[in-house]
Design a protein around this ligand. Sequence first.
Ligand SMILES: [Zn+2]
Length: 409
Amino acid sequence: MKFNGTTGGIDIAFRNLIAGLYSQDLSDKVRSGKDTKTRSGKVIATYPTYGYDKDPSDHHKFVLNPKESAIVKRVFDLAAEGVSVAEIIRILNADNVPTMQASKQEKGFKTKWGRGDCWGRWVISKMLRDEQYTGKLIWGKTRVVALGSREIATVPRSEWIIVPGAIPAIVTNEQFELVQKKLAEKSKPHRNEREHKPVFYRNIKCGDCGRAMSYRARKNGMGLYLCTMHLLSDKYVCKTGKIEERDLYDAVLKTIQVQAALAITEKTLQKSKTADLLNTADAICGKIRAMQISIEKVKAQKVSLWEQLYGAKITRDKYHKENEKLTARIAEYEKTISALEADARKIELDSGQENIFVERYSKFSNIQSLTREMVNELVKEIRVYSPDRIEIVMNYADEFEKLQSSLPN
Ligand SMILES: [Zn+2]
């Protein structure tokens, strides 16, 4: 369903998709088993890190993938010469170097993100900071923040499990350190000292190319989002433009407020509906009791009829006729009772139903500001088509649809 609303001059095409199902993070038990294996130098990752293959004779070992490791080496060489990340990406894309995603697909890996038609900033930045390329096996760098969260937290280096020399090196320690120094020189200072922390986490997507938009911070207050893909590859000509973080923030806040108000309305409706249902259930029970009394009465009539026959007050013929009528009446009453009982069971089921949408949203009824946790729980993604046209995709969508169909007009 589509909900078209306006807030602060932005048209919001608001569409609900199927609620995101988040797989549970590994249990502590599984994790500690994996820790032990890693400590003994065994590779436990399901898929090898880019640049490597799994050793066909030992699945707990990595061997070099010649094509991929050459690309990793090239990226590090360029970075060590002081070439910027954006420039490295431009070079790879201009040379039509197969992307990481394309390699993964060729190997038949199931991957969750990226489109694979072009190298992106995130992949290269991550590659250049991946210490594994110096031959160290590393486990436990990140962890999912909370059950059901998409947010990944960085674990302090002191808690990582690092086994040097456990996998083949692609770059030397010296080159890796040099690259880290060059990256640090280029990165913007005071990044962590900024007062404002954006609430959106990689879920602002460019409506043209579908990739996550880049965040540009400002010295004070909120920043802005823009698609930078056209800077990285000629294949991209996104016309999305820049969108103010303030506008996104206000639109999402307004959307959640509207949804929460709807959830509260529904909650009230459900309460009175439940009360109505209970009254109806009481009435049905009363009817069933009355029917049972009627059956008892008819049974008494049958006894009296038999007594009349026994006292020779009626003929055998008349007795059979009358008795048949009474038996039919009892059968009719019993049929009515089972129909009433079926109604009662249905009411019991209806009154026990809880709507997840109502449950999730009603607790946000009085919010005046957004938090990252709230955005993670409720917002699947936001597609930006232009600075004045966005689409907010919310979670718990199928539940919302159920609710929409049950609301009175
Ligand atoms: Zn784009």
